[in-house]
Write a protein that binds this ligand. Structure first.
Ligand code: FES
Ligand SMILES: [Fe+2]
Length: 356
């Protein structure tokens, strides 16, 4: 049987016959425009760790699928995600992260909202007739928290968060992620479409060829994968000395559509990829470690960060090459490996479905 690219790349493909997406999916500005609404704005998006907002009035300025949002902790201690676009003429309520505020005051004409997003007052508002303040609210997004990680969903039609993470906790036994502390964050700008980085994360097939240092640490023959409704998992035993990771596994968790977790003994790395034009993306990379390790195990952390940096740069280099191939017009998608690349296939099926 001859396998060819399907007539419409959006058609579902069975795993044992699947081929990759066409190059235009990574280079066409119209695709980026569509997926911004159909994928990024219609999914749970990781925005920050809750530890960055410990007290009421603390807030973080975020961008989700191009929509300016404020993540804030209100007077009751609850987290809220409010539009950072004023209901008057679009001014910003905040232009930078901050703490301890009691109200949100627009930087343009001074309309003020409470921390629930209700308009409370503003200069000379009495003169605007027929506008009850109670009817003016900042739109809000749904907020959920999971092991300290805060996610928001802009679209009310986004499936419940519980569906999104269903089955992952059973794979995290022995990892007390709730106790982990933020060590640092690095942002990387990479010259490739955001999906190229995602897809590269979703298969370990390239590890022996792209990542010699990582490959020396994992047992590639025992690398296993699993897929859920909205996530996938890749797990490999580590072959590491007691002075580094010691006994244990590395678990790569993919959360549809653009959040990736590397779970290692005593540590967690979160990579969120954001589209920055059709052929650029920004990787926001955060490192967390179990409490108490900062002083006690500084050398171990330094080695983890060094390996992470090496691995990231190796991935970026291949992703940039792939982007060039996709943009060349000469790329012909080939067959996916049914076991080594089943998580990649799982993502591509979700993507095809979202883009129908
Ligand atoms: S735009 Fe916010 S007060 Fe005018
Ligand atoms: Fe990689």
């Amino acid at each position: 049987m001859t396998i060819t690219a399907s007539a419409d790349w959006r058609d579902p493909q069975p795993l044992n016959q699947a081929v990759g997406l066409p190059g235009s999916v990574y280079t066409d500005p119209e695709i980026l425009r569509i997926e911004s609404d159909a994928v990024l704005a219609r999914s749970w998006q990781y925005v920050a760790h809750a530890s960055r907002l410990p007290t009421p009035g603390d807030h973080i300025v975020v961008d989700v699928a191009g929509r300016p949002l404020l993540l804030l902790r209100d007077e009751t201690g609850a987290l809220r995600a409010l539009s950072n676009i004023c209901r008057h003429l679009g001014g910003p309520l905040a232009t930078a992260d901050g703490c301890g505020i009691q109200q949100l005051r627009c930087r343009y004409h001074g309309w003020s909202y409470d921390l629930a997003g209700c308009l409370k007052c503003g200069p000379e508002l009495d003169s605007i007739g027929g506008m009850p303040l109670s009817g003016v609210r900042l739109p809000s997004a749904r907020v959920e928290q999971w092991h300290g990680l805060v996610f928001v969903a802009l679209d009310p039609a986004t499936p419940p968060f519980a569906e999104f993470i269903d089955g992952i906790d059973a794979q995290l036994v022995g990892h007390d992620l709730d106790s982990y502390l933020l060590h640092g964050r690095v942002d990387y700008d990479v010259h490739c479409n955001w999906k190229v980085y995602v897809e590269n994360f979703l298969e370990g097939y390239h590890v022996p060829h792209v990542h010699p240092a990582l490959n020396a640490l994992i047992d590639y023959k025992r690398y296993v994968t699993a897929t859920g409704s909205w996530h996938s998992l890749q797990r490999s035993p580590l072959q590491s000395s007691a002075s580094f990771y010691g006994a244990g596994d590395v678990l790569y968790v993919y959360l549809w559509p653009n959040t990736m977790l590397d779970v290692l003994p005593g540590g967690l790395q979160i990579n969120r990829v954001r589209a920055n034009g059709v052929d650029r993306c920004r990787i926001e990379s955060e490192h967390y470690y179990a409490p108490g390790t900062a002083q006690r195990e500084a050398a171990r952390i330094a080695r983890d960060l060094e390996l992470s940096e090496i691995t990231q740069q190796e991935d970026f280099a291949i992703c940039v090459r792939l982007q060039r191939a996709f943009a060349s017009g000469a790329y012909i998608p080939g067959r996916l490996h049914p076991t080594r690349e089943n998580c990649l296939h799982h993502w591509q099926e979700l993507y095809r479905m979202a883009m129908q």
